[in-house]
Ligand binder design. Structure first.
Ligand code: AMP
Length: 283
């Protein structure tokens, strides 16, 4: 059996390990996660390993990015299985900080991103979210000092927010995006898929199917507004409560009126039962 990567839980242990890598001039890649790892995460780790000698996977369920009404308490925590999954993945180090490390008593700083964090998508439905993400990711970057960090396109708006954050604050980290990994029926892999009942799981691939359908129609020349309207109806018909289905500029995430304002990215968020799913595709 492949050996599990080393687990570090404290900053001194992390800093010692990173300093050892740096001493031998090894490049370092960071893959930030909240655990409950699946093939989507492991693909990010493999990509990181192709780009850097030393790969750090962080596992931390960040309270600051959950609203009081959200699923912080029930978010799946599966550290033993995660470490087993990371064996042989290319990860050299797994950083599992405590909340005392990330938010020690007296912690009083929040990074509030703008631009792609303020376009009326996730930010409209989870107003606390991107400040929570930006603050914890900045801390992780400063703690791990990676050369590159890998984020999934699954969280497309988050990828754009982190890219702007790293650029604007000159954090010295190159941000790389990785394509979405899907189940065989098209459902984007997500730790939250574990919440789905059998009936909800059967309906869940509708999101991706509708995205692909819309993208196809738009690529063949259909008007954006009409294609999106039909997509919204199809998602609601499948039993979802829709937060948004939007066509946006793939770079800025700003609203667009036609493909001429593109490149176009279609983004969706919807609840099925108590589970909120997000997905996106390019056109
Ligand atoms: P999370 O643990 O959900 O915070 O995700 C950690 C990282 O994995 C983020 O950069 C996500 O975008 C990425 N990720 C999650 N699911 C997928 C997926 N199905 N395909 C690609 N990347 C993913």
């Amino acid at each position: 059996m492949a050996r599990q990567p080393r687990v570090v839980r404290t900053l001194p242990a992390l800093h010692r390990a990173v300093a050892r890598w740096r001493k031998t001039r090894q490049s370092i890649a960071l893959v930030p996660t909240m655990g409950a790892l699946h093939q989507g995460h492991l693909t990010l780790v493999r990509l990181a390993r192709r780009r850097a000698r030393g790969v750090i996977v962080s596992i931390y369920v960040n309270p600051a990015q959950f609203a009081p009404t959200e699923d912080l308490a029930s978010y799946p925590r599966t550290l033993d299985a995660d470490l087993a999954a990371l064996a042989g993945s290319g990860a050299g180090l797994v950083f599992v900080p405590t909340t005392e490390t990330m938010y020690p008593a007296g912690f009083a700083t929040r990074i509030v991103p703008e631009g792609p964090a303020s376009v009326g998508l996730e930010d409209k439905f989870r107003p606390h979210f991107f400040a929570g993400v930006a603050t914890v990711v900045t801390k992780l970057f400063l703690q791990c000092r990676p050369d590159i960090a890998i984020f999934g396109e699954k969280d497309y708006q988050q990828l754009k927010v982190i890219t702007a954050l790293a650029r604007d604050l000159e954090l010295g980290v190159e941000i790389l995006g990785a394509p979405i990994v899907r189940e065989s029926d098209g459902l984007a892999m997500s730790s939250r898929n574990a919440y789905l009942s059998a009936g909800e799981r059967a309906a869940a691939p509708t999101l991706h199917r509708v995205l692909e359908d819309c993208a196809d129609k738009i690529a063949r020349g259909a008007a954006l507004a009409g294609a999106i309207e039909q997509g919204r109806a199809a998602i609601e018909h499948a039993g979802f409560v829709l937060d948004y289905l939007e066509a946006r500029n793939a770079d800025t995430l700003r609203p667009i009126g036609s493909v001429q304002d593109g490149p176009v990215r279609l983004l969706v968020a919807a609840k099925i039962g108590r589970t909120r799913l997000i997905d996106n595709v390019g056109v």
